[in-house]
Design a binder for this molecule. Structure first.
Ligand SMILES: [Zn+2]
Length: 765
């Protein structure tokens, strides 16, 4: 799984970074490195690059994507053994760690129209000309949603657009209720798992999710095999586990799902869905949607199928049935370690999953083979006598697709040691032709940008950083761009560096950053490979990927180079390369957004009250159609964000002082005695953990980070300052003020740590 390219929420002009650059634009020194160690580091990176072969990545992908590799499949096990053998061959100390996770697999799936006429959905993806693996239909799981409830229901059908909260408001205004009915919704607008959850909360008894051709089929581009986009029978599988509550094995929250672990009963697991749900293709959706009557839906609800879209309910009546086998399956994480020569108890972690929904070429193997190439290259350096100063831990995760099971269980099983030792978790997932996107802990923005500044984009021969900047600046000039992208474009055009996005959920970094407070990054290339049209389908194959995703694997090599630099620099830096001004700029921007959000909500609510009080709604509506006034919502009071605003004043001062101390120390060669250096690094290693609040977020205490979280009502998308933001959105005013204090306290702890590290950097010994 992977989310769409993260929206870039934030930015900063990076003064300290500019100081580290030479006049010719090339890197003069690397954050965290003394001058003489910079030279040695750049030499190691050249040797690392020389080991990378695009053909390796191609060969590994062809092998690993040659049969269905979902959790529990024979080929998934073969791939784990293949990875283990490779890591060992390359000189790593490698092992498989097994977890027993709940993973339901479908025994029976049915979608059929029973009235006004009969139609049985195919629920299969047939072979496609020129796609060699697509003939292996018998070995695939049928398209389904992992962690849907078992159920057999027959009811009237209602179309609810993307099935998100605003769609239900619109439906209510049209006088339609989904209670006791089956909803059909299209993909898009928010994470898939929320669609059946909201349907259930509104009283629906079943949910069908289809891929509308407008979004990733013939409405977006030529369908596969002519082009890259979703063919008529293509289905997007996926998990509907309630991951914004907690990801990982639903039966073992907070602890690793080892054989002996204490397990919840399935009925007590909060993250398992309560109604049956299935994904279908647009070929299967067409007869269902065509059989709906009632009012015509609003324009923004319409897709690209050759019909007039109606709400229903009925006369279409649908039979939906899902029965799964609810057993534990073995997840096999492959963990490879190369011990650090100077700081063996400081760990730099790298991860990507290897389980797919079917063949998983793009998602996840395109990222997995780039990670393997890094491990092979580092192994070759080690054979020549080189050693990383800190310990490198390469993790090939199993069981990501059903709900981040492999990485979450491993992180929970090793929580205490990880919080003690980890300095970074670097994640990737699907990778394709295009632009670098990077999200994560904002104190590491300089590290990422410096890496991107030294990797060459395969298509344009400019640096990856230059291409990314050009994209942001050009994108900001488009007439339909968002205010946020305009703001970022302007900042980058004025000389700022591309900002990191905020991490939500959707890949294996979630447990590391949100639960354990380990500084994390997620990187990858994308935007030009058009793999979205086969996302989570049987057509996400080696043949598709090598035609459209990344022919020649040049971007696989670019990912290895970029991730490799981040890993090797983090492993060898004299002082951990944190530059914190971008963190302050980012959080200040989030706070500005929160003030604006509350103000806008207040104005909109006042306006709505006027509409209701003066009965304007009835006057403005078409009298021949059903139209109900919106629900009256409570007025928005003035909220006290003073604790947050004051914490930001201190954060500004502390980050500037720390960055200045770091820049000065670097100019004078980072000459500290070993004890002092160890102290500074220990403080920086634990810096991200100061942002955790052990009480966690309301209703989901597994999520403890006060700055970033996946949205409870958006899923993959990040909610920044989530305790405050979601409280405002849900009109929980007391919580909004309570979390303004909790965030302020977290920022206070962050400043205390920075002030300590800054003081140590300044004092000579
Ligand atoms: Zn993935």
């Amino acid at each position: 799984m992977r989310s769409a390219i993260s929206p870039l929420f934030l930015s900063s002009i990076f003064a300290s970074w500019a100081l580290l650059r030479a006049a010719d634009g090339g890197p003069q020194s690397l954050a965290g490195f003394a001058t003489e160690s910079t030279k040695a580091q750049l030499a190691v990176e050249q040797r690392f690059d020389a080991q990378l072969r695009a053909d390796d990545q191609k060969e590994w992908m062809e092998q690993m994507a040659s049969a269905p590799n979902h959790v529990g499949s024979p080929h998934d096990k073969v791939n784990a053994e293949f990875l283990l053998a490779k890591y060992k061959e390359w000189g790593w100390d490698a092992r498989v760690e097994e977890f027993e996770v709940l993973y339901p697999t479908p025994k029976k799936t049915v979608v059929e129209l029973v009235a006004p006429q009969k139609f049985a959905a195919k629920l299969q993806e047939p072979a496609v000309a020129g796609d060699r693996t697509s003939t292996q239909v018998a070995d695939e799981l049928p398209p389904y949603h992992a962690f849907a409830a078992d159920g057999d229901v027959t009811a009237e059908l209602v179309y609810v657009n993307q099935g998100m909260p605003d769609d239900y408001k619109e439906l209510a205004q049209n006088g339609i209720d989904v209670k006791g009915r089956i909803v059909i919704v299209r993909y898009g607008g928010g994470w898939r798992g929320l669609k059946p959850k909201f349907a259930y909360e509104h009283g629906a008894v079943g949910c069908i999710i289809y891929s509308d051709p407008r979004d990733d089929g013939y409405g977006a581009g030529d369908a596969y095999p002519k082009g890259a986009f979703r063919p008529a029978d293509g289905v997007q599988r996926g998990s509907v586990l309630d991951m914004p509550v907690y990801p990982g094995d639903p039966l073992t929250p907070d602890v690793g799902a080892t054989k002996e672990a204490k397990r919840l009963a399935i009925k007590d697991a909060r993250t398992i869905l309560k109604i049956p749900v299935l994904p279908i293709s647009h070929a299967d959706a067409l007869p269902l949607l065509a059989a709906l009557d009632g009012e015509v839906v609003p324009e923004k609800w319409r897709g690209a199928l050759p019909i007039t879209y109606h709400f229903g309910p009925g006369p279409a009546k649908v039979h939906l049935s899902v029965q799964s086998e609810w057993t534990l399956k073995t997840a096999r994480d492959v963990i490879a370690v190369m011990k650090g020569s100077e700081h063996p108890d400081e760990w730099v972690l790298r991860g990507n999953h290897f389980d797919g929904w079917v063949f998983g070429a793009s998602d996840p193997l395109s990222g997995q083979v780039a990670l393997m190439a890094e491990a092979k290259a580092i192994g070759a350096l080690a054979r020549d006598g080189w050693r990383p100063k800190r310990t490198l831990v390469y993790c090939s995760w199993d069981a990501e697709e059903p709900g981040l099971l492999g990485s979450t269980e491993w992180a929970e099983a090793h929580a205490a040691e990880l919080q003690q030792k980890a300095v970074l978790y670097l994640n990737s997932d699907g990778n394709e032709r295009g632009f670098l996107h990077a999200s994560g802990s904002h104190a590491l923005q300089t590290l990422v940008n410096q890496a991107a500044d030294s990797v060459i984009d395969p298509q344009t021969k400019a640096t990856v950083l230059k291409r990314q900047r050009a994209k942001l600046i050009v994108g900001a000039t488009a007439s339909d761009t968002s205010e946020e992208m305009k703001r970022i474009g302007k900042l980058v055009a004025a000389g700022g560096t591309p900002p990191l996005g905020a991490l939500g959920a959707g890949s294996d970094y979630t447990a590391f950053i949100d639960h354990l407070g380990i500084a994390s990054l997620n990187i990858g290339f994308g935007g030009e490979g058009d793999t979205g049209g086969v996302y989570h389908s049987a057509y996400d194959s080696f043949d598709h990927f090598t035609r459209f995703g990344d022919p020649g694997f040049a971007y696989g090599v670019a990912l290895s180079q970029t991730a490799g630099r981040v890993m090797l620099r983090m492993a060898n830096a004299d002082v951990l390369p944190h530059m914190t001004d971008s963190f302050h700029e980012t959080v200040a921007q989030y706070a500005t957004e929160l003030h604006k959000l509350a103000d806008t909500m207040r104005e909109n609510t006042e306006q709505m009250h006027r509409v209701l009080d003066e009965k304007l709604h009835a006057l403005a509506a078409d009298p021949t159609k059903t139209s109900r006034p919106p629900e009256r919502e409570a007025a928005v009071p003035v909220l006290n964000f003073a604790p947050l605003d004051n914490a930001l004043l201190r954060l500004k001062k502390s980050t500037r002082t720390f960055d200045d101390a770091m820049t000065t120390a670097q100019k004078t060669g980072l000459k500290f005695d070993a004890a002092k250096r160890t102290g500074i690094n220990a403080t920086l290693r634990a810096l991200e953990q100061t942002l955790l609040d052990p009480a966690g977020l309301p209703g989901r205490d597994w999520f403890r980070h006060m700055i970033y979280a996946p949205g409870l009502k958006t899923g993959y998308g990040a909610k920044t300052l989530p305790g405050i933001r979601e409280a405002i959105e849900d009109r929980r005013w007391q919580d909004a003020e309570k979390f303004s204090v909790a965030v302020a306290n977290a920022l206070g702890r962050y400043c205390d740590a920075l002030d300590n590290a800054g003081a140590a950097l300044k004092s000579r010994n």
